[in-house]
Write a protein that binds this ligand. Sequence first.
Ligand SMILES: C[S@@+](CC[C@H](N)C(=O)[O-])C[C@H]1O[C@@H](n2cnc3c(N)ncnc32)[C@H](O)[C@@H]1O
Length: 328
Amino acid sequence: MTEWLYGEDGYYATYKNIGKEGDFYTAVSTSKFFGGTIAKHIIALVDEGFLQSDATICEIGAHHGYFLADVCEFLYTLRPELLESFHFVIIERFDDLQAQQNRYFQESFGDAVKLTHYKSLTQLQCKNAFFIANEIFDAFPCELYYKGKTARADEHNVEFDVDNSWVHEKAKLYNKDRGEIALGYEAFALEMAAAAETFEFMSFDYGEMVARPDFSLRIYTKHKVIPFFLPQDKEDYKPRDELFAKSDITYDVTFAHVKDAYEAAGVEFVELKAQMVALIDMGMLELLEMLQKNVEEKIYKQELEKAKMLILPDFLGERFKMIKFRKQ
Ligand SMILES: C[S@@+](CC[C@H](N)C(=O)[O-])C[C@H]1O[C@@H](n2cnc3c(N)ncnc32)[C@H](O)[C@@H]1O
């Protein structure tokens, strides 16, 4: 998975189109009101005294940069002085993507927003921060586990014949006799804990606190979902070497694993809730009401339809979640 996504020609190593023309949608390419709602929440944190007016606002794994740019746009509308006083940061390992994000910020804001890039959280040192991420925990590499054995990839075949006690212990902890065990959450949580003296971190991802034991590893290609272990006689089957590095690969997040990693790093777990509930609690509907009062009916309806897509999947039984942590 590391090679598939992050190798030299890996899927995320170069700029790809996420959205209508790409392989998959994420909430950030759906509606501006996702970032808008986060801006409203950031303002609430300032009013509550948790965030200072010179805080660092940092997105991790921003891809196009749409999400943080939407946050900036709504800050400009709701509390413009914060656009000048906050420090905006993106953590992005890949040069191509940094360049794309710079281009998008320049096109959107000219010099009104100063954006700083770091390749890793280890390069950031600040006093007070708000960290935001969308769909990154499902993009960490993982081990595959099946009844006591960890998988080994032999070319594109998978053999379950490795004894790995770390993976075995995690599998026991999260009640998985089979499934994915993420790699890197522990180091990532420690890096974030060391990057800021006080912070709130909010992340949106797909999964469960503890999911039923099964494989969820799947490949997204041109808006088609292909289970990684799909048998060869099934209609959508494609040899893995044809999909390798050209398509996205992901799996359901076990949020208990994320929570344990952050707690071990000394960061307090605040809550896990459905994305729909989180966005409504943070004031998405009030923002839509403001829009309705300020624009023509036709524009309002267009935006409303897009914003509905942020909460509709939850109604339909999908499992998009928000997880929140604080270090104070
Ligand atoms: C599914 S994409 C989501 C992109 C974007 N946030 C969105 O919602 O459209 C996952 C992104 O997370 C990034 N990522 C994964 N692990 C990361 C890590 N440890 N540090 C920084 N970025 C990471 C990947 O490079 C990729 O850009």
